[in-house]
Design a protein around this ligand. Sequence first.
Ligand code: PLP
Length: 371
Amino acid sequence: MVHGKYKVPYTDLAGQYRKLKKDIFAAMEKVFASGDFILRDEVRCFEKAMASFLGVDYIIGVNSGTDALYLSLLTAGIHHGDEVITVSHTFVATVAVIIHCGALPVFVDISKDYNMDTSQIENAITPRTRAIIAVHLNGRLCNMDKISELAKKHHLIVIEDAAQALGASFKGKQAGSFGLTGCFSVHPLKNLSAAGDGGFISTNNKDLAEKITLLRNHGQKSKEELLYFGFNSRLDNLQAAILNVKLPYLDGWIKRRRAVAQMYHHRLSEISQLHIPAFSEETHYDVYSSYVIRAEKRDRLAEYLRKNGIEVFIHWPCALHLQKNLNLCRCSLPETEKASKEVLSLPINAEIEDKQVNFTADCIYNFYKYK
Ligand SMILES: *Cc1c(COP(=O)(O)O)cnc(C)c1O
């Protein structure tokens, strides 16, 4: 079905909604009829279901993926003067939260699969290094064996930015189950989405889970007793109710994304001007929250596809360390810088039809004049 401006929209949340409308309505009706808007049964039910999905002990719903990262760093004790190793090829929130803690982001370059090049981590470690934020980009996990091993050796905390990796795994272990915490987002562009902002934190650490649970709700242990100055960072009960409707479908949606990725791989692999994201899955299970190709004449290809009714995005055209208003390090990250000039995210979602995938592939063929 064709909606809005694009023949092939990047996401089709309206299409997803049409399929779930009855159940979403019933869930919302229950919340409105009971007036249960803040931290009620739906939030607890979601936290329990998600803990079982990920195979972790604790899930704490918060108001965004950004706050999931921020509360994780805060409770891990990251503060002024600390250094946190991460990548520049990520969404700005990963780095913003390091700055908000008063710490210094230290960047390592990426590998061909767009994730942290773990062979560069050790060089980036100094006496001030306290943590590594491993960003699992585009639905593929970082090499968590290597990161966990280095973290252990150098006594570093690992925080996983798993905002794009819900349901992905490494050696059979889910994203968000490796680090001190895993940080997730249910923003509408993520694999599992709320009707607006939301997020959650996964952890197996009981003390940390308790502290984050208090911090997200103003540090109130009870109405009588305040333990900390906290935050207003709760996952809305209404959002949790919607997530509870959607969660049972997540595995199926991921399977469809993987099938779409296979179709793209198949159709695009012979175009020599492209690199496709068909990475080894010997140790990985990728969920393709984005399908990112590297393309010659990227900007012209993007324009051509949009003109043909295909909605594409560039994540991201300028690496964070080169954003001049942010005053980050003047380091050189060749692979990151090269990627930002070549990456292009093609439409992928659980609702996309085969013929839309084929049409997108046909247009890419035509652009490079393969036919
Ligand atoms: C989406 C995203 C975030 C932030 O999540 P929000 O819920 O939008 O705050 C952080 N890191 C990465 C890699 C993301 O993709």
